[in-house]
Design a protein around this ligand. Sequence first.
Ligand SMILES: NC(=O)c1ccc[n+]([C@@H]2O[C@H](COP(=O)([O-])OP(=O)(O)OC[C@H]3O[C@@H](n4cnc5c(N)ncnc54)[C@H](O)[C@@H]3O)[C@@H](O)[C@H]2O)c1
Ligand SMILES: [Zn+2]
Length: 362
Amino acid sequence: MKKTIRIKKNNLNYNIIIQNGSFKKYLKSLINQRSKKYVIIDKKIYNIFKNFLDKNKDLNLIKINVSEKIKSFEYYRKILLILLDKKIDRSSLIIAIGGGTIGDLSGFIASTILRGVNFTLIPTTLLSQVDSSIGGKNGINTKRGKNLIGTFYQPNKVIIDPSFLNSLSFKQIKSGYAEIVKHAIINDNQFYKWLKNNLDDLYKLKKNILISAIEKSIKIKLKFIINDEKENLKNSSSRAMLNFGHTFGHVLESMNNYNSNLTHGEAISIGMILAAKVSYKKRKISKNQLEDLIVHFKNAQLPINSNMIKKNQFYKKLMNDKKNINEKINLILLKRIGSAYFARNFDIKDIKDSIFNNKKIL
Ligand SMILES: NC(=O)c1ccc[n+]([C@@H]2O[C@H](COP(=O)([O-])OP(=O)(O)OC[C@H]3O[C@@H](n4cnc5c(N)ncnc54)[C@H](O)[C@@H]3O)[C@@H](O)[C@H]2O)c1
Ligand SMILES: [Zn+2]
């Protein structure tokens, strides 16, 4: 099964290919092309495909030991200088092979070196296949916060090869699933029902189920991006809807010092349930819908609670969210499963009430 998603709107014009085996096929197709090719690759992926990659002498491989730390000035500088020393030119191609970490760093490099060179993303985690490789955001972290430096820069191609996922840990699969189910919850109740019915097969990485889930998830994300590429809107078509669960999730990740014991997907799962509780308290979603979400998250082995939300620091950090205006918190909430909206002007008391006064049903 091969799926091609063509994106053509304003300055967006590229293809996303979803197919098992597409990664090798794509790299082979480059062999006779004249331009220089620089591959920034997660060392774990390099080790798995060493034989194949080393055979192709045409590829300049830059192998990176991946952790969140590589999204830094230090690695940015180091790789830029390697590329300049290797005489990268305006017609060169940078290919990123790895998860969102490699993708974010490489995208920032590709967009700034020589004022921008061609860029292909080959995402290797479920999270990067359904989320971070789509939309053109990239960036690095500083001590002042995560992703505060970066650009919007679209790749020329995204090659999604689900067979990469065979070596990925279940914890990382779940992290990606959290973003898939997020896309369903904010935009498509039918897809949410489909996910509930197909969860087991998805977790078994059954080919067709996986490809359908990836395709659907990407299409939902694209809908928001095409409407609002640079996140200018403030209505229910805003790209900000994709942040459902993220205001709370980012605080949890930051309190946990971005330690990999709490993945991004796990943090936003807790965040989505908190946002659903606030939505219930605001009489938007029903008790049944809230319970339905909780049951599904439990079935999917996604966390729904954390001790960190009892701490004052959690609420202090919530106040620092970049969506906030005038000390009031703005949140993405649910009207119902399948539809989200931009909710303004919460104070901490509102949020605490919603989270802690729902105990009876939870
Ligand atoms: N640009 C965006 O729009 C966007 C969106 C969401 C997340 N992100 C960023 O993405 C990053 C997280 O990305 P991620 O979740 O893909 O994690 P990751 O890239 O850090 O990878 C997670 C772990 O899996 C390993 N790995 C990767 N592919 C593998 C494979 N096929 N088999 C075995 N191991 C593999 C990695 O080496 C790493 O240890 C964060 O920095 C986050 O800020 C960006
Ligand atoms: Zn996310």
